[in-house]
Structures are given as structure tokens and as C-alpha cells.
Ligand binder design. Sequence first.
Ligand code: PMP
Length: 441
Amino acid sequence: MASPDRPQQPDARRTAAAAAAAAAGEGAVAAPLPAGSTSPALLPPTERFAARTAGMTASEIRALFAVASRPEVVSLAGGMPNLAALPLQSLASEVAELVDVDGMTALQYGSAQGVPQLREQICEVMREEGIEGDPNDVVVTVGSQMALDLLTRIFIDPGDVVLAEGPSYVGALGSFAAYQAQVVHVAMDEHGLVPDLLHDALESLSRRGITPKFLYTIPNFHNPAGVTLAHERRPQILDLCRRYGVMVIEDNPYGMLGFTGEVHPALRSFDPDVIYLGSFSKTFASGLRVGWALVPPLVRDRLVLAAESATLCPPSFTQMLVSRYLSHHDWRSQIKTFSENYRERRDAMLAALETYLPEGCSWTVPDGGFFVWLTVPAGVDTKAMLPRAVTARVAYASGTGFYADGFGSRQLRLSFCFPTPERITEGVRRLAAVLEAELDV
Ligand code: PMP
């Protein structure tokens, strides 16, 4: 933590001195030694990072963020929730009241497992998807991303195999890479993960004496594929995992953002051993960073220890704000409003794809969530095309970022969650023109 009476770090001083010298046109200068030091630097010239950090790569989406967020660019790249429908005025009153009434608790450290009242309310939220959870088995995390990272930390030794859909969520792949897991992808079709292909993967690993640590799966409104796992496949997938001794991590941040009113039963509703991840990022506000894991007691104790070592406890303030929101607001109808907004945007995107895209393209038709997954004709490389798309003022997320093995060069993800329907239409029109140009070459 920065502190006014703490001496500046030597490398920061050196950087400042070098920058000042460069600004004055002096070229390279010897860095001043920190007082009392016989060595020129605390950070030695050889790289001292842990070997596991070699697997950490910048997300292409984040790398693109600065360009893609220029106003003239229609960004279909990021998956930012559209918060326009949030009742900001009444949330402002909740914040004020939280400080007024519960400030001494809300501004204090809390339990590493999360605020007890919120954990009870989370169980009420999960009941909407058929899950009967015990508040004692809920661990509140800083977004479900943190739950993913901590679960990977407690389960993965370097080289362990993890099964994940192909494509899969880029943030999960980042955590798996950071802990040196080997990801084996299992393909999906328009009905989600294909049980026969999961069986093939399990069987071929088993023949090599490998038991994957877990299957990481996003059954509903998949990020990035946009598809939903068919109901009849859900028990089949669990049966296969049980048979081969593989744990299941079900990640479900979009489950309540369906467009048809149909409720998709969570995998966790079939089996209490499934590890379930949920989040308020898409159903309320992503900036509050409140997510959770519902885990069997055996996992819970280690997960809480890991959470404690990562953050001591999740923020009391945002947890208590979410709790007040759930108590005082009609959150079910708020989620409905969000879903209606997303549905309108999904419709605009599908109509534009149909109207503008050249022959040979195909795409998924999502019934909820934020994303369409697009496959382009052979010969087009979506990663190589991206700078040309940005020049044409449209951005997307190229497919290779969603695979751990370099696959996906003919795929890309389009997000319809954030821009207006008009901007989405214009963005797809621009993308179609870029694709036409690629195909003409
Ligand atoms: N899982 C999936 C599939 C996601 O798409 C996201 C967010 N993009 C997360 C987890 C993490 O969400 P958060 O940390 O905001 O809860």
C-alpha cells in the first residue's frame, strides 16, 4: 500500500529519473542507487516471475478495449451488461440508508464466507432454477470470476487435465492457464455439450490413465457460443462424469436472462455434489463484484480458506447493498426488464446477420444471454481480420481466444448486450462489408 512516509521504490525512482533524463534529451543515465544499497536494483535483470505466470496471456478483448471503446467504433466485442434499466435513484437512497443505518458493519471487515443474510437470499435466488441450497454451503466471492480462480487454485496441480466446452469462457481459461492446467475441449452443437463427445474424451483420457479433475461447463446461454444445453442431456452428462470420477463445475451467470420464459434446470438441481457458480453481475450490477459458489461442505472449508488468503473477506459494503436490493426491490421484475432489453438486441442482431452476411457464414441463435457465435467461410482468419474490422469501425472478439489450443480461427463472438439495436444493425452491416472484402481477395 502506498504510504506518504514510505520511501519511493528504487525501480520507481529509476524510472522517474530515466523519464526525466529522456524528457531533457539526455539519453541514458546511470540510475541513482537507493540509499545504503550496494546493488543497483531490487528487481534483477533475470526474470524472477514464477514459472506458472508464463501461461498468463492478455485477453484479446482487453487488449482491444481502448480501440473498441472509441465512440465511432461499434463494439460487438465486450460483454458489458447494459445497466440502463437500473433504478439509479432508488439505489442511491439504498446506499445512503446503508451508510446511515448499517454503516459500522457495512464499512467493516466481515466473514470470509460472506454476509449470512445475503447467503440466505442467494439460496432464494437459486431456488428459481430448481436448486435447494443451504446458506452454510454458499461462499460469496468477488464476482464468480474469483470463485473460478479459487476453485482452480484448490483443485489444480500443474499438468492436471480440465475438461471444458470448446469454445469456453475466456476468464475461466485464464484461471486454468494461471494454475497450469491442461484444458481438453469437448465440442458442442446447437444443443450444447454433446454427451457422446464427452464420453469419447473421457474414454480416451482414461485409456491413457488420466482422470480429469473437473468438467467446467456453462449450460445456459453459453459464453461465447450462445447455445443452451438440452434438458435431456443434463442427467446424461452428470452420469458420465460420475462414471469416470470427474467433478462438475457449473457456471451459470446468464441462466435467468432467458428470452422465452422457459426455466432451465440447473445441473446442481440434479446432484448436490455439483459445484455451482452464480453472480449478480448480469442480474443486478457487475461493478458491485458480488458472485458466489454453492459447494459441498468438504469443498467449502478449503474454498473459504483460499478466499481468506486471497482477500480476507469479500467487501461487506457491496454484499449488504445487494442484500438490501433483494429485500426492497422487485428483483424478479428487474431481471425481466433486463431480459426484454437483451431480447430486443438479440432480435436486431439476428435480423442484421440474416440481411447482410455473405453466403457461407453460419451462427448460433441464442435464447438468452449476451452472445452469438459466428462461423465464417474457409479462408477467413478472424484474428487477422480484426484490425481491418476496427478500421472499418466495428469490433468483435476473435474465436481463438476462447480455446486453449489455438482452434477457433474461423469463429468469432458477437455481443449484442450493450449497443442499441440501431448500432447493432450498423455494426453487423460493417462487419459484413469487411467479410465481403476478405472473400474478394
Ligand atoms: N462466467 C462466465 C461464463 C462469464 O461470462 C463471466 C463474466 N463475463 C463470469 C463467469 C464472471 O462474472 P463475474 O465475475 O462478473 O461474476
